[in-house]
Design a protein around this ligand. Structure first.
Ligand code: PEP
Ligand code: MN
Length: 467
């Protein structure tokens, strides 16, 4: 046998993607995609895309199928989604401490929710790929100087200089590497014993010790809950339940699939099914600014087999939601679509009912989850972009109220959070005020809930789930 015949098949090629029905990048660009970088050197972009196509997938098609199965349970009212992480991940933020902090926060919240809801909580990190940002303006002006807006580390640099703000296609390889490193550590944490539910008290106490912060109200509540659950688990083990089952959890990655070059280049044909999967993350979503029915993102997503999300903002009509569902999920496949609503605290009670009603009346079962962050952003008097914890909770309560009234299942929450003790959102049990924002404001994009605020939110959602 010659060496050549032993070399494995070359894997997915653009030709195979086309044969599987995926539109080409040129076809997508012909649809005038929104929120794209505007690269100066197309030859360099082609080179980067070619390199990305040769790299191994970040996630496996089988994992995406498994997640779709879990999301089908959410759509059927038998499970709840917790999706959270940074607004924008950064290359500098890829550190063990940072990733561990986010996981710890998500795992703590998930336990609180599971205990309350008594249904499985599907844990999805907004991480390992969340590097590209849609912006409301193409330019940013400071002291009379205008430069391209920062579009996330996937596109350009945050530093306010012409060099840094110029879109650089090589950054897409940086996204791949940063995502691979993050996912590797996350997989290690969730399978290696860190996520063992019997150690849940350490997820919280480490935080308290490390920062010398007195346990917050939510922190103390968490400690009590941990003690209660640990006693119950010890009982279960004594009664013969296999403790191995408590050692690991399922955890999935997600991001807004914004930059067409990156997402297309990471799309692979699954050898089992011969269908295309975007292997850049398990769950990918279309943002509020790129969900045009005949736009490039919908056209790409239509052909991908991943479970997908679509953000629905306050301008969404019930007909638009239905048309999006028809376009993206013509087969009415359970778990295929998750609608992430972000209407704003003041409007959700007026706007959401009709959307949910009409989609439900069509016979579809989709997962509905609430993003209580993006409809509630404002600029503080001192110039910081912030959100009030009370608005976030008000939108969540509106979400639960609407679903309660309609008899539909409030399937989950989508939040921007961090494991750190940042001061980016005002309010919460620590009563952060606008003057506190300056203390530790680290996000490069939208303000995130800090760890205490995240835990507090989990307890408040838990209350709604046990109502
Ligand atoms: C985001 O999730 O960070 C975001 C930009 O959301 P939206 O598309 O809902 O505005
Ligand atoms: Mn955001």
């Amino acid at each position: 046998m010659s060496i050549a015949s032993r070399v494995p098949a070359t894997g997915t090629t653009p030709e195979l993607l086309k044969a599987a029905g995926l539109p080409t990048l040129a076809e997508l660009h012909a649809l005038d995609p929104k929120q794209q970088p505007g690269y100066a050197d197309p030859a360099k972009v082609d080179q980067v895309v070619d390199s990305l196509r040769r790299l191994p997938p970040l996630v496996f098609a089988g994992e995406c199928d498994e997640l779709r199965g879990q999301l089908a349970k959410v759509a059927a009212g038998e499970a709840f989604i917790l999706q959270g992480g940074d607004c924008a991940e950064t290359f500098d933020g890829v550190t063990a401490t940072n990733i561990q902090g986010k996981l710890r926060t998500l795992l703590s919240m998930a336990v609180v929710l599971t205990y309350a809801a008594q249904v499985p909580v599907v844990k999805i990190g907004r991480l390992a790929g969340q590097y590209a940002k849609p912006r409301s303006s193409d330019v940013e002006t400071r002291d009379g100087v205008s430069l391209p807006a920062y579009r996330g580390d996937a596109v350009n640099g945050f530093a306010f200089t012409p060099e840094s703000r110029t879109p650089d296609p090589d950054r897409l390889l940086g996204v791949y590497n940063a995502s691979a490193a993050t996912l590797n550590l996350a997989r290690g944490f969730v399978t290696g014993g860190f996520a063992d539910i019997r150690t849940m008290h350490t997820w919280n106490s480490t935080f308290v010790n490390q920062y010398g912060v007195r346990a917050s109200g939510a922190g103390q509540r968490y400690e009590q809950l941990a003690a209660e659950i640990e006693r119950a688990l010890a009982f279960m083990v004594a009664a013969g339940v296999d403790p191995e089952k408590m050692r690991t959890v399922d955890f999935y990655s997600s991001h807004e699939a914004l930059i067409l070059e990156y997402e297309h280049a990471l799309t692979r044909i699954d050898s089992r099914t011969q269908r295309p999967y975007d292997t850049s993350g398990h769950f990918i979503w279309i943002g509020e600014r790129t969900r045009q029915l005949d736009g490039a993102h919908v056209e790409l997503f239509r052909h991908l087999r991943n479970p997908i999300g679509v953000k629905l903002g306050p301008t969404t009509t019930a007909d638009t939601a239905l048309e999006l569902a028809d376009r993206l999920d013509p087969d009415h496949e359970p778990g295929r679509i998750t609608f992430i609503t972000r209407m704003g605290a003041g409007r959700i009670r007026d706007l959401l009912p009709e959307v949910v009603e009409k989609v439900t009346a069509s016979g579809r079962q989709v997962a509905w989850i609430c993003d209580p962050m993006h409809g509630n952003t404002f600029e503080a008097a001192n110039g910081y972009k912030t959100r009030a914890f009370s608005d976030v909770i008000d939108e969540l309560n509106g979400f639960f109220d609407v679903h309660d009234e309609l008899g539909t299942w409030p399937g989950g929450v989508h939040v921007e959070l961090t494991g750190d003790d940042v001061t980016e959102c005002v309010g919460g049990a620590d009563e952060l005020v606008e003057a506190d924002l300056v203390n530790r404001y680290e996000t490069l994009c939208d303000p995130r809930l800090n760890r205490n605020q995240s835990l507090e939110l989990a307890f408040l959602v838990a209350e709604r789930l046990t109502d």
